[in-house]
Design a protein around this ligand. Structure first.
Ligand SMILES: [Zn+2]
Length: 234
């Protein structure tokens, strides 16, 4: 289901805080936001009333590597944070942004899952690293490129079929092979025990939603970046 879009002096965003356990805040910054650097995100969070001492980021390399916030900055595609007053963020423009929180609100994670990370099962790796009962974990999958716009070649589709069976994405009327990366990541989390009522998924397609979403497939190098942010209150 699509979340309500809010506006701020820094630009449009989704407020996901209400979906997460108490003591956690989470946001998704849409196209047109002033910036997604840790400094700009710290300012945005301060403007929403959060006391933030650090916003952690990684150099995203389309891996399946999960690191603790203390290890950043480094090359990885998922960051875990257990410290109050700190936040983590990933940037996306078609890849799947995934935010996770333990049921007791003491650990959060931000994950960037492109096709390589999805194939490498980064969502499951981040879920395990949280170290929390999966049945109590809250997960949010943000806007990503949908199967409507994500055609892949036959060999890549075959790799996904081999890895994930039926959950890959529909073949269109044109017979082209398509991937639904968000559906695959959601299915993997569900298979590991995340409850459907705590598994939230945004349905807007980044490539279709020209007004609100950045899309690398649509705009190439000139595509901007959106950010998924989650943190613990101080
Ligand atoms: Zn689309």
């Amino acid at each position: 289901m699509d979340s309500e879009v809010f506006s701020s002096p820094e630009g449009p965003y989704l407020n996901l805080t209400g979906r997460f356990p108490e003591g956690i805040y989470a946001y998704f910054l849409l196209k047109g936001h002033a910036g997604v650097s840790p400094e700009e995100i710290a300012r945005f969070l301060a403007g929403r009333g959060h006391e933030v001492s650090a916003v952690h980021r990684v150099d995203q390399v389309h891996s399946a590597r999960v690191v603790e916030s203390e290890e950043t900055p480094c090359e990885a595609d998922a960051i875990l944070c257990r410290r109050p007053g700190e936040a983590v963020r990933v940037v996306v423009a078609d890849c799947v942004p995934l935010l996770l929180a333990s049921g007791d609100g003491t650990a959060v994670a931000a994950v960037h899952a492109g096709w390589r990370g999805t194939l490498g099962r980064i969502a499951e790796a981040a879920l395990s690293a949280l170290g929390s009962d999966p049945e109590k974990v809250v997960a949010f999958l943000g806007p990503s490129v949908g199967p409507c716009c994500y055609r892949v070649d036959a060999s890549r589709h075959a790799r996904f079929r081999e890895a994930f069976g039926g959950v890959t994405g529909p073949s269109g009327a044109d017979g082209a092979d398509r991937l639904d990366l968000a559906a695959i990541n959601a299915a993997r989390l569900a298979a590991r025990g995340v409850r459907p009522e705590r598994l939230h998924r945004e349905t807007r397609c980044t490539s279709c939603d020209v007004a609100l979403c950045c899309s690398y497939r649509r705009d190439g190098e000139r595509a901007g970046r959106m950010a998924a942010v989650i943190g613990r209150e101080a």
